[in-house]
Design a binder for this molecule. Sequence first.
Ligand SMILES: [Zn+2]
Length: 282
Amino acid sequence: MDTCLEETSNQHGTRGGRFVWWPVLLLLSLGLGAGVGYAEWLVGRYWAPWLLLPALTGLAGGIVWCGMVRLMPVAGRRALLWTAAVIALGATVLAPHWMAYRELQAQITPETQLIAKMTASTEEPIIPETFGEFLAWSAKRGRFIGRQKIVGVWVWASWALDAILVGVGFGLPVRDLMRKPYCRTCRTWLRPILARNLSLREAERVAARCSLPSNCFPGNLHEPLRLRVLGCRGACGGFVLQFFSVGHRRPLLEESLSSAMFAQLNDSLAAPEASDASPRRR
Ligand SMILES: [Zn+2]
């Protein structure tokens, strides 16, 4: 599944750099997740459609997180990326509860606490002090889902469902990012440079210009073939050539290209007849 530019011997000293990125990524993920969860808490005061709000929050969080991660040279470091994503997700899920807890804390004065303790019956919970107590207290007090009030274990179940929906929304863009091709030298994700539909004959001509064997395409292909070239954003200046058959997400063929070979490929696309006349490489 991993598609990437091969590590080349002429590195330009940018392989992740000397700078250590993982603490930055983990800290920023924590902050970003908390920020997204805080935004959900704010929005939830005015508009809180059950199921929809957590799913949208997760999706927005995932998109913003992926945008942030793309700025760092951490492509292909799957364990680190998933750890950071889980931290961001955990912060997103907990932040609204934490904000509600802080809000309640701000309202509590020694007097209200005393009154609550004096008037508390055995069934009625007293005002919570820790975050854990607050969650248990909130569950006992209940939650409205539409006009239906739920209490106790059902509140915990609804929170778990919220968390799952945030996770699903968050996971979609993250999974997509994990599948994107990247450069192993620079640890950055590749950017699309050009995309074009070609007939099988044209595709074979382009492949020949890039020194691929003449029989690199299987025989029973549906035309047109989709040609895609991706370029590295980093210092290595490398490219990746991909061919796709119609309706397939996985490339049929994939090859690393040097900048000289990319220039040749561009020439052959710009003037197919002229390039046909020139001798084949290799
Ligand atoms: Zn690169």
